[in-house]
Design a binder for this molecule. Structure first.
Ligand code: BDP
Length: 690
């Protein structure tokens, strides 16, 4: 198994009796009413899935009204989806799958809804659930469920670890790689309905007529799966591409240029989704170059979209060069005052945490602080700071932790999830974005287990109330094995993997102590960089007294950006959850923590037990060997070996370096590292050698 088929494997189900029951329930497929390209995709998927799972060729029947034992695809207004249950109201993409007069009906108000229902039905079969008395009802809680690609026109992928870009620009638009279709199927199967195909550090090339035709060719494939394309835009395009003297958003010529360009895009791609913008961030141009603010920039693009059905997602990932304050606060300080100033078509896209996709961050303080602006939650699936494609880190728990945290914006229960889905502030539009982890590698994600992160993201974007363990189990059953014991073992590993990674890299709330630029491996000693907030010492602040960034009123006071309830939960070093401790407090080495250990001992404890847990993961993986495809098993086993080696690298680097400040021995029962700090530093030098 080379992993190409992802979770849409459709291998023959092992239990003959069960197969027989399924076969009887799925003898034909019929589209009620007129068919459409999206419904055709649903039909094709059913035929493919049933052929594989049941070994049964399923024909498409026209006018199946009097027949029984088939699957009916029905597009109908939400109120009449089913005669006997009107309780659950469906939104435009919601589906209901149920039994009716001896058939299985997949119904929803739109073609896309029926496609989603079709995948839900196939999931039932893949995970070997009964088909009798079916009643699956589900509507997505978030409207714009986006995958953001950081792909460049030259085929590289920024922070991509699974080969190069899957978009073959030099072959498009004439040649459509079959992979585009499989990509669309995978996305549709988990409910993703929008893809930004290019890097936020954008090239203007995508806005040229030549490239728009290429993008349109991709859109023609995605459209059949309910997916719309979006583009990241280069702010200075009016100058560089349009030959104008300025890219000032208030300049009438610039405004006209964007309006004309947008109209041209819609002519080429009638269902174009809209724009994603990284502006005045990490050297990218933006409206501030002309003394304008982010809202003025976003609103100009919203105006250019005019009557077209498109949106602007304006990123809040900003922090000024040479800031002497606390990077934690910068996006908040720039965007909070703009709340209420954004046009209705503009959403602000906010990373899950205030710094940058660390293995654990407190939620971004903008969530709950901009009630008049729909906020898109951006999470990173590509493991930039989480061990690239060699460390097994299942991200379900990370995404859930953020979604479930209470902002207290409108009292208790105002979780990040409810801010994002629009229910806290009653927004009509809502969005979520995952930075893709896929590339040209045959198995899409490099690490085979990375597929689970793409999967979990889509499932949570659809329904943030699902548990990450349930999703892990579902993915495992569809992708790896249905053998019950192995499913339990693998799910358990997955669910624990993120905490394990945190323990051997940045426990207790440490953050941003990774290798410079590459963001791989440990470099807590990094003290000089192009900017202070790109070093490690800026964040951990180790000294002879203790460790951690004081963000209370005595320090940077970033804590004050949160609501009082949150401040109370995190503001006292005695009661602050240990996972966030060093995010907010400078804690003395000898301070006793709630675990009974001193800070220094607890730090060592976490680094050592974290690294040891990778050995545990290896043992677990060995146990499931009989239940897993041999090639796939060997692939993951090899990556776990690397992970083990590098967990020890992290552990040794960090305990040896922090020991130079703590000046205490490694506590028993742990053995001090066998190498010196100098020796570990050399490893980093090798990784960064030119
Ligand atoms: C950082 C990445 C950088 C991205 C940036 C962003 O290191 O490559 O361009 O985020 O999100 O995490 O814009």
């Amino acid at each position: 198994d080379d992993g190409y088929r992802l979770w849409l494997k459709y291998d023959l189900l092992p239990d003959a009796a069960q197969r027989k029951a399924y076969q009887q329930a799925a003898q034909f497929v019929a589209v009620e009413g007129t068919s459409s390209p999206v419904l055709q995709s649903a039909v094709k998927e059913l035929q493919l899935g049933l052929k594989g799972l049941l070994g049964q060729t399923v024909s498409v029947t026209a006018g199946a009204a009097k027949k029984q034992g088939g699957i009916l695809l029905r597009v109908t207004s939400s109120a009449n989806v089913t005669a006997n249950d009107r309780s659950a109201k469906l939104n435009k993409e919601g589906y209901r799958v149920f039994s009716e007069k001896g058939n299985i009906v997949v119904a929803g108000p739109t073609d896309a809804a029926v496609l989603y229902g079709t995948f839900a039905l196939l999931r039932q079969l893949q995970t070997q659930q009964p088909l009798t008395n079916l009643a699956l009802t589900s509507s997505p809680k978030i409207e714009y469920r986006m995958l953001n690609h950081w792909d460049n026109p030259n085929g590289t992928v920024e922070r991509g670890y699974a080969g190069s870009s899957i978009w073959k620009w030099y072959e498009l638009p004439e040649l459509l790689d079959p992979r585009y279709l499989d990509y669309a199927r995978a996305n549709a199967s988990i409910g993703i309905n929008g893809v930004v195909i290019n890097n936020v550090n954008a090239s203007a090339r995508y806005l040229t007529p030549e490239y728009l035709r290429k993008v349109a060719a991709l859109a023609s494939v995605f459209r059949r799966y309910g997916i719309r394309v979006y583009l990241s835009v280069f702010w200075a395009a009016p100058k560089t591409l349009g030959g104008l003297a300025t890219s000032d958003p208030l300049d009438p010529n610039v405004r006209r240029w964007w309006t004309d360009k947008t109209n041209e895009i819609y002519k080429t791609i009638p269902d174009f989704g809209g724009f994603l913008v990284k502006a005045n961030s990490e050297g990218e141009p933006g409206p501030q170059d002309y003394g304008r603010n982010h809202a003025e920039g976003a609103n100009m693009l919203a105006e250019a979209l005019g009557q077209h059905d498109g949106i602007v997602m304006w990123r809040a990932f900003v922090y000024k060069a040479n800031s002497n304050g606390d990077r934690f606060k910068e996006a908040y300080e720039e965007f909070k005052p703009l709340d209420g100033k954004f046009a209705t078509k503009a959403l602000v896209q906010v990373k899950n945490g205030p710094i940058d996709f660390m293995a654990r961050e407190p939620f971004h303080p903008l969530f709950g602080a901009m009630p008049s602006t729909p906020l898109v939650l951006e999470v990173q699936l590509t493991q930039e700071y989480l061990g690239f494609a060699t460390h097994m880190v299942y991200l379900g728990p990370l995404i859930k932790e953020c979604l479930e945290t209470d902002t207290y914006a409108k009292g208790k229960g105002s979780t990040v999830a409810k801010v994002v889905d629009g229910s806290v502030d009653n927004h009509q539009i809502s969005g979520i974005a995952g930075v893709a982890n896929i590339g040209s590698d045959r198995n899409w994600t490099g690490h085979p287990m990375g597929q689970a992160n793409w999967y979990a993201y889509g499932r949570l974007a659809w329904d943030h109330t699902l548990s990450s363990a349930v999703i892990a189990k579902e993915w495992t059953r569809m992708t790896l094995t249905n053998e019950p014991k192995a499913v339990t073992t693998i799910t358990n590993m997955m669910v624990k993997s993120r905490d394990i990674y945190v323990r051997y890299t940045m426990p207790l709330g440490l953050h941003h102590i990774m290798g410079q630029s590459i963001h791989y491996g440990p470099e807590p000693w990094l003290a000089k960089s192009a900017r202070p907030d790109w070093t490690a010492v800026y964040y951990h602040k180790a000294d002879s007294i203790g460790l951690g960034f004081d963000r209370t009123a005595k320090g940077s006071n970033a804590l004050s950006l949160y609501k009082p309830e949150v401040q109370q939960a995190w503001g006292n070093p005695q009661t602050c959850p240990l996972n966030y401790l060093l995010w907010f407090h400078h804690v003395p080495w000898k301070q006793q923590l709630s675990t009974g250990r001193t800070l220094w001992n607890e730090l060592c404890y976490r680094y050592y037990t974290g690294a040891d847990s990778v050995t545990w993961m290896q043992q677990q993986w060995t146990q499931v060997k009989p239940a897993i495809d041999p090639a796939l098993h060997a692939d993951v086993a090899a990556r776990l070996q690397t992970q083990r080696k590098e967990a020890i690298w992290w552990r040794d680097a960090c305990v040896l370096y922090f020991q130079t400040y703590a000046k205490q021995p490694i506590p028993a029962p742990f053995a001090p590292p066998e190498r010196s700090l100098e020796a570990v530093k050399q490893i980093v030098d090798i990784y960064q050698m030119r």
